[in-house]
Structure formats: structure tokens, C-alpha cells
Design a protein around this ligand. Structure first.
Ligand code: MG
Length: 160
């Protein structure tokens, strides 16, 4: 394979009452939380899918099927660690990550540095290689009405 590979990941989870709002491995204060078979961490899912996508290794739904009762409530840090270990086993390392989180609530900016620190420590990656942006959807569609959070991620990998 070539020396550089680019990957893209995208995910969306519904916001509901009675669930925690966990983003990039951090519990964020929020009236609503993320629904999912896992802990619903939409950021770690998008990053994991970007890592897998860069090396054409499938997606997290194949690695961790949402129909598997044994992984109900799984910590998404385990999903990210699996995806990261697969790219390392294939001889690649992360050059940089660019993550975009879109929601009306909670506000991302007050938690951005903590979320970046979490990604930095989970991926053993310097902070200056991690970008994390928060956007709103200007009140449009389900995200704009506060019913869901979407995250997209682009990653560049380099062969060791
Ligand atoms: Mg997901």
C-alpha cells in the first residue's frame, strides 16, 4: 500500500432523556444524552470509522455488531482502541485528525480542550495533530431541533 492513506468517518446518534452525553470519551453536562447500543459516543465512532476507512478495513458495525447482546452498553473507548490497534498492526500511524461535531446543544466550545485531551491520550497523539470543531445546524432538520448529534472525521495515516 502507499505511504499515505486518507480516511473519512461519519456518525449520528439521537439525543434522548435518561442517557449520558459522552463525547470523545468525556461525560458532558447535558439535559439529553446519546442513544445507542454502545454508550453512544458519536465522536469516537466517527474517528474509529475514519481509521478503518483509511485502510479499507470495513467499519465499526462489522467489528462490533449492534445486534450483539454481549456488547450492549460497551464503552466506545474499546471500539476506538480496536480500530487504532488494527491500523498499527498494518504498519500505519496517525499524521493528523480533523473532527467536526454538529449539534445545537450541548455547546462544544467549553469542552473542546478536554475532548481533544481525551483523544490525544486515547490515541497517543500530540494535541497539535488533533482538530476538533463544534458547529450548529442553524436550527435546520433533526440536528437543528436538538434531536441528534452528528460527527464527521477525516484522518491522514502514514506508513511507519
Ligand atoms: Mg455510532
Amino acid at each position: 500500500m502507499s505511504e499515505y492513506r486518507i480516511g473519512y468517518g461519519e456518525d449520528l446518534h439521537r439525543l434522548v432523556e435518561g442517557r449520558d452525553c459522552i463525547l470523545a470519551g468525556i461525560k458532558i453536562p447535558s439535559e439529553k444524552g446519546l442513544l445507542g447500543h454502545s454508550d453512544g459516543d458519536v465522536v469516537l465512532h466517527a474517528v474509529s470509522d475514519a481509521l478503518l476507512g483509511a485502510l479499507a478495513l470495513g467499519d465499526i458495525g462489522e467489528l462490533f455488531p449492534p445486534t450483539d447482546p454481549s456488547i450492549k452498553g460497551i464503552d466506545s473507548k474499546i471500539i476506538l482502541q480496536k480500530a487504532h490497534s488494527l491500523i498499527k498492526e498494518n504498519g500505519y500511524r496517525i499524521v493528523n485528525l480533523d473532527v467536526c461535531v454538529t449539534c445545537e446543544k450541548p455547546k462544544i466550545l467549553p469542552h473542546r480542550e478536554e475532548m481533544k485531551q481525551s483523544l490525544s491520550s486515547l490515541l497517543n497523539l500530540e494535541m497539535n495533530r488533533i482538530s476538533l470543531k463544534g458547529k450548529t445546524n442553524e436550527g435546520v432538520d433533526a440536528i437543528g431541533k436538538g434531536e441528534a448529534i452528528r460527527t464527521t472525521c477525516v484522518v491522514l495515516l502514514q506508513k511507519d
